[in-house]
Design a protein around this ligand. Structure first.
Ligand SMILES: [Zn+2]
Length: 152
């Protein structure tokens, strides 16, 4: 079973041979972009909701790795659906891959080469240079913006 995220659906020319499913939000994104493939694939896309328990687990893992600020609700649903089904995530999104790895869930990239080691993301204030694990809207110290950086 493959779990497709938006990046997977947007970059695929055809549907995979294997069984696959995606959370409703992914299909909504295709619909929002008026993507022609949605018409083509409409009935073939298996749409499934994830459990609330898995969403909580995913958010916990993403918070610890610093990926939470980089994941949309749809991204989180993709991860949670994989946790529910034991499926393999098909995604080019770096943070989705990172959290899959942390949670011990298999993933495959669509186009780019998948990451090989777990990365921790952090946020750095562009003003005073202080580091934060989670992304504040603005720096609590100086009020400047944040920049996402990969921890060395
Ligand atoms: Zn600052």
């Amino acid at each position: 079973m493959l779990i497709l995220d938006s990046s997977a659906l947007f970059s695929m020319e055809g549907l995979p041979d294997e069984e696959f499913m995606c959370p409703p939000g992914v299909v909504d994104e295709l619909a929002r972009h008026k993507d022609g493939r949605l018409v083509l694939w409409g009935d073939l896309l298996r749409i499934s909701d994830c459990t609330k328990e898995s969403i909580i687990k995913v958010k916990d893992a993403a918070r610890k790795s610093g990926d939470l600020g980089r994941l949309s609700d749809v991204d989180i649903a993709v991860l949670a659906l994989a946790a529910d089904t034991g499926g393999t995530i098909l995604s080019d999104d770096y943070s989705i891959q990172n959290v899959s790895k942390i949670m011990g869930m298999p993933f495959r990239s669509v186009g780019t080469k998948g990451i090989t080691k777990t990365e921790k993301w952090n946020y750095r204030c562009v003003g005073c240079g202080k580091w934060f694990k989670e992304r504040p809207d603005e720096c609590p110290i100086c009020g400047s913006g944040m920049k996402a950086c990969r921890k060395k």
